[in-house]
Design a protein around this ligand. Structure first.
Ligand SMILES: [Zn+2]
Length: 490
């Protein structure tokens, strides 16, 4: 998708723009200077011509050439774009900037607003410190704070982006010029796409006040929760370097680990891992280490995540935390060295099942048969089964046959499980009221579409199949109400 704004960004030479105001010194393929936005004697301000961005590691400010000019000349982002275009004789039509592009600019600007507000809020800064999140991590992830709905609305008005930002539903108009920021009085973490674009936010309450612990941006074309992983944008380079990514359950686990020097973790946003998230991970690493909570819920989450990761072609390692610990509490109690020890001694999933461990042979055979069925590679499946056969003296055919899924305790018909799991995983544009469904199932459909995982029966969450997507669309077709189909056909 190209727009005037994107073209302008591509055409501007950030080194030229910045050096109009700040003398730059070359270091390798980048440039550096004393930061013009905070008292800086180190040089902490860097410019990357290949990425077209600047970033200050002292105060955390960063962005593209237009953003630099806007900050330096105290202009809104769009005004800065217009001025720069004039200055460099580029064609640029402000009226022609697409709404979608404006929403994306608004999201970046709101992230800046939150980031700057954090520095003025003692309580939020104290909270982060108490959670073991250090200053470097705060800057790297652009952690922020949402101080005041009215101030945010005024800020967006000045940027000429208020109407556009309302499209994200992160800010809601209450009428008569009043607004409500969804993240009000919360520590705000920007959730970015792997390429670094701000898609939305996750807000953590500062203290027990009866409100939900976390609030995430509502689903929208800009924020698709089921394909976003918190932290991946900031940690993917470290993960590539280490050769694996750590998958954790909580967004604060990512921050805490980063502060402690473990810089390759990412987390889903308060829900179980989805098929899309597994595929996104597979684009950056070949191996994933699961570092889930050491309790029954954590073990269940591992069992749900493993099939998705295997189906995405990833090699899986399970790190076992002691009962009752999450990564955050484990590092607090035993230190990061102990955690690194646990990680480096974790065994690859199939070899741990073949070589034994805590589980009984019977249990290992059951898991082996199930997990094996998700491996996309036939040759590998047969080789692993042969290896296990030698150890366990179990017939090869048994090992290569997936165990029957428990049907007895199941109360939902198969097609509804496919439907609900599909809605939860793919979040398609479906209106449950247009489907032929029993009332209870329809209610569950709304919950699945809202991502309210905890409201769904365990048998839906546990349900997995490598053919889910295909089955789901087939079921959807069958359930479409006849009168509705007729309406559409006419
Ligand atoms: Zn700075």
């Amino acid at each position: 998708m190209s727009s005037d704004l994107e073209e302008l960004r591509r055409e501007l030479d950030i080194v030229d723009v910045v050096s109009r105001f700040v003398p730059l010194e070359r270091v390798g393929s980048n440039y550096r200077a004393n930061c013009p936005f905070h008292p800086d004697r180190t040089p902490s301000f860097f410019v990357s011509p290949s990425k077209g961005i600047f970033k200050c590691f002292g105060c955390g400010v960063g962005g593209d050439a237009i953003k630099f000019y806007a900050l330096y000349e105290n202009l809104s982002y769009l005004e800065a774009a217009r001025e720069l275009a004039r200055l460099y004789g580029k064609r640029f039509n402000l009226a022609g900037v697409k709404e979608e592009e404006k929403v994306r600019v608004a999201l970046e600007r709101v992230s800046d607003f939150y980031r700057e507000s954090l520095l003025k809020n003692e309580e939020a800064l104290e909270y982060l410190k108490a959670r073991g999140v250090d200053g470097h991590t705060v800057k790297r992830f652009s952690v922020g704070y949402a101080p005041d709905s009215r101030k945010l609305a005024e800020f967006l008005k000045r940027e000429g982006l208020l109407e556009e930002y309302l499209k994200t539903r992160n800010l809601v108009s209450l009428g008569s010029g009043n607004y409500r920021d969804l993240f009000l009085k919360r520590v705000v973490l920007p959730v970015r796409t792997p390429s670094g674009r701000t898609a939305g936010f996750s807000g953590r309450r500062l203290r027990e006040d009866g409100s939900p612990k976390y609030v995430n941006s509502p689903e929208s074309p800009y924020f698709k929760k089921s394909s976003l992983l918190f932290g991946l944008s900031e940690t993917k380079d470290y993960a590539k370097e280490e050769g694996y990514a750590l998958l954790v359950e909580g967004v604060f686990d990512v921050l805490k680990l980063f502060s402690a020097g473990v810089r390759n973790a990412a987390a889903p946003l308060g829900t179980a891992l989805t098929e899309q998230q597994a595929r996104v991970l597979a684009a950056y690493v070949k191996k994933v280490y699961l570092l889930f909570d050491g309790d029954e819920a954590g073990r269940k989450a591992v069992r749900r995540a493993v099939p998705l990761l295997l189906s995405a072609g990833l090699e899986v390692f399970v790190v076992r935390l002691p009962e009752g610990h999450d990564p955050d509490s484990f590092v607090t109690e035993y230190g990061v060295k102990a955690l690194k020890g646990l990680i480096s001694s974790a065994e690859e999933l199939f070899s741990s099942l073949i070589n034994g461990g805590r589980d009984s042979l019977e249990e290992r055979i059951k898991l082996f048969r199930e997990y094996l069925s998700y491996l996309p590679d036939d040759a590998k499946r047969i080789a692993l089964a042969a290896e296990f056969q030698q150890k366990a003296k179990v017939p090869l055919e048994t090992l290569l046959t997936p165990p029957k899924r428990r049907q007895a305790s199941s109360s939902l018909p198969f097609k509804y499980k496919v439907l609900l799991k599909g809605l939860l995983s793919f979040r398609p544009k479906v209106r449950p009221e247009e489907l032929e469904l029993p009332k209870e199932v329809r209610e569950l459909c709304y919950k699945a579409l809202d991502g309210e995982e905890h409201e769904l029966p365990e048998e839906v969450l546990e349900f997995n199949s490598p053919n889910l997507e295909r089955m789901f669309y087939k079921v959807l077709e069958q359930l479409k109400k006849r009168e509705f189909v007729r309406e559409v056909e006419q």
